[in-house]
Design a protein around this ligand. Structure first.
Ligand SMILES: CN1c2c(nc(N)[nH]c2=O)NC[C@@H]1CNc1ccc(C(=O)N[C@@H](CCC(=O)N[C@@H](CCC(=O)N[C@@H](CCC(=O)O)C(=O)O)C(=O)O)C(=O)O)cc1
Ligand SMILES: N[C@@H](CCS)C(=O)O
Ligand SMILES: [Zn+2]
Length: 746
């Protein structure tokens, strides 16, 4: 029998929250004090055991380990290099320190949470300073390694690679202004060498180092660091396997190939241009290439006829070739078999993580089963929608000029300067979630569920009136999720029962599946918003999720350009916007928190994206009269990076996260001469801390120094769905009181 290369058939990572969110429940129970350390350890061990069972079910030649995580794999690498910040070190043992850094506690804010490349996953940002001491902590990785070896598996520990670790880190507070984490490369490499030595001593022959940061444009200095790091690590006993997973390596490709590493994964789905480069250049014979042909970011069944042809192209340029997923399977749900409600003709075109392992295994066998997707399914086409879109002209995306709108809106909906509002959702209480679960399971009839939701809306309106908000929201109690809810009501989408994917920590989402042409069979939110408006004389904001965010947080068909799909979603939302206006809503917010997330990692692709993304938003919103105000909301603070796109949305008011970044966004607003309404968030909803009137007033005083108070809105950073009323009520009271105080001084 011939021995197969350990990377002949593998996946780069695996979902770790548990097929039924077992880890979420265990971690949340642990935080609530309902289970102890032993209880959490037992639940975690079960999740890891199931991961290994899945990974060993097919004929993979090696499996990734250290891919389980109690919260986040970037934080796991921070812990593995001994760099958990000093301030968390005296809260208890290693697990207590880990959770303090991840989740915070009454005294300590957690590490900053931010987007993982162009995905809906969020990682905890490492904080490094000139004096951070690195020390190898291989225990977690070794435990997982031994668990796999005990099952007879060929296991390879996985770490975030040193370059990505440093590029994702930020300077710790108090660092010199010219300090850059990359300057710590040499010390970090020494620590990685210690980690690798611990792995090889335990018997591991291969180590996987993930370098997703190399899938974005990098400076010459950063590229030079790649060569330095991997030349050093290649001279260790371990066989080094480097992955990217979020696009092409581009300029980093020759540097990695020639650094002396042993294997490199090519993202053949999002980074196919690397294959063209490989065909035109020399691949060192000692480097194994692993063809990432099974999409780790989407759920379509792999066309294995086409994938095998790509593997053959790579085989033509490299001596040894393996097959894998394009990136970790972290971004897809665990098991398609758990979905009993999907239409069979759709289900047979899908693959979740367990099915993707099988695809890899089949592709790695010369005589493995092959399947061809054929032509896209015409049954899912809607010619009426296509004709409607084709008949639109430029006026469909064009409103009157901003000044005209402002005048019309001031007359139609008079508001004070520093108008107060919130972002949309109010706390999703256990009671509401339970009612929804009962309704879904047939244990609560429609009429009772609707009256429960109406009661919630009435209570949210009553609270905002009592707190004296200027523009009210209905609270979004009827929504399980801001994307899934719309997908459940739009044709062309389907949703899953158990297709959970980790978004951050214990928080999960079930991304809907956009499989066909999209349309809106009937109004979605109009009754709820109109009901809320009927309860108050103050303006209520209609509340929708925008087309870009709906695409970003769904699994989207890949048989036509994203821009075409975005236009279809936008057209459906346009009808909803028009109906909200007709129902008497004078303010309509269309959220686009994923506008920045969808921005391609490579600059060369960004202009095209900005054009179609902002066109889609304007197609959805430009249907209203000048007197109707269009608001949008973006929950990240890198305002400067997408300022052109935000301008191109042509919204009347934009609310944006600002409090965690200490209102730094104001500099960008000032520098860009942003001329529209803007609400820099003054209450950090990610923290249970209740802000004081003084601190909000001080943030507002800073804001009015650069923004005309008539254009300044006062709002939290984001929706309140993950918070509890006991924090939200006093925080919102502070917010309104602070606005009143600053307003009085104008
Ligand atoms: C704003 N964010 C969002 C992102 N992506 C989205 N798709 N949605 C977002 O809002 N990305 C960026 C940010 C931050 N990300 C998140 C992601 C997820 C959450 C969150 O709170 N998730 C919830 C699940 C939400 C949900 O689907 N709720 C359903 C099901 C609730 C449930 O678990 N029900 C129980 C039964 C209830 C009971 O008996 O008590 C069950 O089914 O077993 C619903 O409400 O119906 C999470 O818990 O992870 C926040 C921010
Ligand atoms: N309207 C949504 C936006 C979240 S980004 C909410 O308030 O939850
Ligand atoms: Zn938000």
């Amino acid at each position: 029998m011939t021995t197969r290369h350990p990377l002949s058939a593998t996946v780069l990572g695996y979902p770790r929250i548990g097929a039924k969110r077992e880890l979420k429940r265990a971690v949340e129970a642990y935080w609530a004090g309902n289970i102890d350390d032993a209880g959490l350890a037992a639940a975690s061990a079960e999740v890891r055991a199931q991961m290994l069972t899945d990974l060993s079910a097919q004929d993979l030649t090696s499996v990734p380990v250290n891919v389980f995580s109690h919260y986040d794999h970037v934080l796991d690498t921070t812990a593995a290099v001994g760099a958990i910040p000093e301030r968390y070190r005296n809260v208890g043992g290693t697990l207590a320190q880990y959770f303090a850094a991840a989740h915070g506690n009454a005294e300590l804010a957690p590490l900053e949470l931010t987007k993982w490349f162009d995905t809906n996953y969020h990682y905890l940002v490492p904080e490094l300073g000139p004096d951070t001491v690195f020390s190898a902590q291989p225990q977690k990785a070794l435990q997982e390694y031994h668990e796999a070896v005990e099952r007879g598996l060929q296991a390879r520990p996985v770490l975030l690679g040193p370059i990505s670790f440093l590029l994702l880190a930020k300077p710790e507070p108090g660092s010199p202004s010219d300090f850059h984490p990359l300057s710590r490369l040499e010390d970090l490499i020494a620590c990685y060498r210690d980690l690798l030595a611990a792995f090889t001593e335990a018997g591991a022959t291969w180590v996987q180092l993930d370098e997703p940061a190399l899938c974005a444009d990098r400076t010459e200095a950063e590229l030079a660091a790649v060569a330095t790091a991997y030349t050093a690590l290649a001279h260790t006993e371990a066989n080094i396997f480097v992955t990217g997973g979020y696009g092409s390596f581009d300029k980093a490709l020759p540097l990695l190939l020639n650094s002396g590493i042993d294997a490199l994964a090519i993202d053949a789905v999002a980074g196919a241009s690397d294959i063209d480069w490989l065909e035109a250049n020399e691949v060192p014979p000692q480097v194994t290439l692993v063809a990432g042909v099974v999409d780790g970011r989407n759920i379509w069944r792999t066309d294995t006829v086409r994938a095998a042809a790509i593997v053959d192209r790579i085989k033509a340029v490299a001596t040894t070739v393996g097959v894998s997923s394009s990136c970790s399977l972290l971004h897809v749900p665990v098991d398609l078999e758990a979905e009993t409600g999907l239409a069979p003709e759709l289900a047979q075109r899908l693959a979740f993580a367990r099915q993707k392992i099988r695809e890899v295994s089949q592709l790695a066998q010369p005589d493995g089963e092959r399947w061809s997707r054929g032509e896209s399914n015409l049954a899912w086409r809607n010619d009426h929608i296509r004709q409607r879109l084709a008949s639109l002209d430029a006026s469909a995306t064009q409103r009157d000029d901003f000044e005209t709108r402002v005048k019309a809106q001031e007359a139609h909906t008079p508001l004070p300067p520093l108008a107060t509002t919130s972002i949309g959702s109010f706390p999703q209480t256990t009671d509401i979630r339970r009612a929804r679960a009962q309704h879904r399971n047939g244990l609560m009839i429609d009429v009772d569920y609707k009256s429960r939701l109406k009661k919630e809306i009435a209570s949210v309106i009553e609270l905002q009136e009592r707190l004296d908000f200027d523009v009210l929201v209905h609270g979004e109690a009827e929504r399980n999720d801001m994307v899934q809810y719309f997908a459940e009501h739009l044709a062309g989408f389907t949703t899953t029962e158990a297709g959970w994917v980790q978004s951050y920590g214990s928080r999960c989402v079930r991304p809907p599946i956009l499989f066909g042409d999209v349309s809106r069979p009937s109004p979605i939110t109009v009754d709820w918003s109109a009901y809320a408006q009927s309860l108050t004389t103050k303006p209520v904001k209609g509340m929708l999720t925008g087309p870009v965010t709906i695409l970003a947080w769904s699994f989207v068909r890949d048989d036509q350009p994203l821009s075409d799909t975005a236009a279809q979603v936008a057209l459906a939302l346009r009808d909803e916007v028009a109906d909200l206006e007709a129902a008497g809503l004078k303010v309509i917010q269309v959220d686009e928190p994923a506008l920045r997330e969808m921005l391609p990692l490579r600059q060369a692709e960004q202009d095209d994206y900005r054009r179609w993304a902002t066109d889609a938003f304007r197609l959805a919103t430009a249907v209203v009269k000048p007197e109707t105000a269009i608001h949008t909301h973006l929950c990240y603070s890198e305002f400067g990076e997408v300022i052109d796109a935000i301008n191109a949305l042509d919204a009347d008011v934009t609310s944006i996260e600002a409090s965690r970044s200490k209102m730094e966004v104001l500099q960008d607003l000032h520098a860009s001469q942003f001329a529209r309404g803007v609400g820099p968030g003054v209450y950090d909803i990610h923290s249970p801390r209740v802000p004081t009137v003084e601190e909000i007033a001080s943030a507002l005083s800073k804001a009015i120094a650069v923004i005309d108070p008539k254009r300044l809105w006062v709002n939290p950073d984001c929706g309140l769905k993950t918070r509890r009323y006991k924090e939200v009520e006093p925080a919102l009271a502070s917010l309104v009181e602070a606005a009143k105080q600053v307003r009085a001084q104008l």
